[in-house]
Unconditional design. Structure first.
Length: 109
């Protein structure tokens, strides 16, 4: 399962959006544009601080990758796939969010 979110995606999308007055290039899909607009609207103001910023980023990761997350959860739900291991390049944001979703689904506090 591949989650397309990368640490630099927000920076690259927002830079691209600033550079193009007449819209987005074909490389930036309508979904990515909608995700960027959503993130910009949800992104924290100075006074909201780091916690709010982190919450927005985690929601954004789930929002952008909802299809991939659902596919991964379906893989985990099928005993025919056991044992299952998962991870990502850095092993913190995407892996941590997915781990929390799994633990939450299992009723772990």
């Amino acid at each position: 399962v591949h989650c397309s979110f990368t640490k630099d995606m927000l920076k690259n999308l927002s830079k691209k959006a600033r550079e193009e007055d007449k819209g987005f290039s074909p490389l930036v899909t309508a979904r990515r544009r909608a995700c960027l607009e959503w993130y910009v609207q949800m992104s924290p103001m100075e006074e909201n601080g780091l916690v709010h910023s982190l919450c927005c980023t985690m929601r954004y990761i789930l929002f952008v990758n909802c299809d991939e997350v659902l596919r991964a959860l379906r893989i985990l739900a099928d005993p025919a796939n056991y044992p299952v291991a998962y991870g990502c390049t850095a092993g913190k944001d995407r892996t941590g969010i997915f781990g929390q979703l799994v633990l939450s689904a299992l009723g772990v506090g």
